[in-house]
Design a protein around this ligand. Sequence first.
Ligand code: ISE
Length: 351
Amino acid sequence: MSTTDNLRVAVVGAGMMGADHVRRITAKISNADVVAVVEPDEARAQAAAALAPGAVTAASFEEALDRTEIDGVIIATPGFLHEPILVTALERGLTVLCEKPLTTSAEDSLRIVELEQQHADRPKIQVGFMRRFDAGYKELKALRESGANGALLALHHAHRNPTTPPNFNESMLIHDSVIHEIDIIPFLTGEAITQVEVKKPRKNSLAPADLPEPQFVLFTTTSGTMAIVEINVNAQFGYQVTTDAVFESGVAYIGRETSQTIVSAGRSSQGVTPSFKERFGAAYDEEVQRWVDAARLGGIDGPSAWDGYTASVVAEVAVRAQQSGALETIEYAVAKPAFYATADDTALTEA
Ligand code: ISE
C-alpha cells in the first residue's frame, strides 16, 4: 500500500468485540476501512458487515485473503483460536492487532514471538491490552515515573464484571480477565512479575456452580511491590475496574468516578458503566487509531507480541497457583530480544 492509502482491514471474529471494532473503524477511525469480516456464523458475519459498507464476508481468514486485498488484521476470536491466524498473517507480512490473550499458553506465545522475528524486520503484532491507552492508567504510570510521591509500594485492583458468559471456567478468570492486570502491573511499575499466589474467599452463590469466585490474585514484582487483584466476575451490579496505588508519601486511585453525581430526593447517586465497552471506549478508540497510523507505515504502536508472551508466562503460572494454593515463582524462558526494544526500555536503563 502507499502511505496515502487507507489501511484495508480484515476483522476476524464478529462477536461482541469484533463487531465493536467494525463499528469503531467505520464510524470513528481515520485512514482505515473494514474490507472483510471473517466469521463462520453467517448471521453474525452479515450483521457486522452491514456496519461497514463494501466489506465482504468470509468463513475463514484464507477465504478472505483470496477474495480481497488486505493490509492489516484485527483478531477478535476467542483466544484459543488466535495462533493459526497469527501465523498466516505473519507469513503474508500483514500487520496485526490481536485481542488479548496473544495465545492461551506460554509455549504457543513463544513460538509466535520467534516466528515474528523470522518473518519481519520489526514488530508486526500489537496485542489488545487497551488499558495502556486509558487516561487513568497513563496518569498513574507518569506519577510513578515522576517520583513525586516516592516509590510505589502496593497496588489494589478491583476487576468486577456483572456476569459471566456460558462456559466461562476457572482458568478463564486468569486468561480472559486477570490477563489485563498481568499486563498493566509491569506497565505501571516498570518491573517484571516474579511471584503469584491465589486465595479463594467464600464463593458467591450467584456465580455458576463450577466457578469458584471471587478470587484474590497476589502478584509480586522484582523490587517487592505487591499487587492484589480482586477478580469478581459475577458481581451483578455492573462493570467496575479500579486501581488504588500506594506510594511512600501518598495514594492515587483511578476508575471510581464514572459519571456525574446526581443529588436528588435526599440521595446522591452515580451511574456504573454496564460493560468494558463503555468503561474503556475511549481507550479502544485511541488504541485502534494508533495501530492504524502505525500499520500504514508497516509497524505497531502499543504492546507487542513480547508483552503478549510475558503475560502468557505469568498467566500460566497463575492458573497453576489457582490449583496449588501455593506461592508460585515465575521464570521467563528467554530474555527480551533487541527486536522488541522500546522507548520504555531506554528509560529503565537510564534510571
Ligand atoms: C473481557 O474479555 C475483557 O477483556 C474485559 O476487559 C474484562 O474485564 C472481562 O473480564 C473479560 O471477560
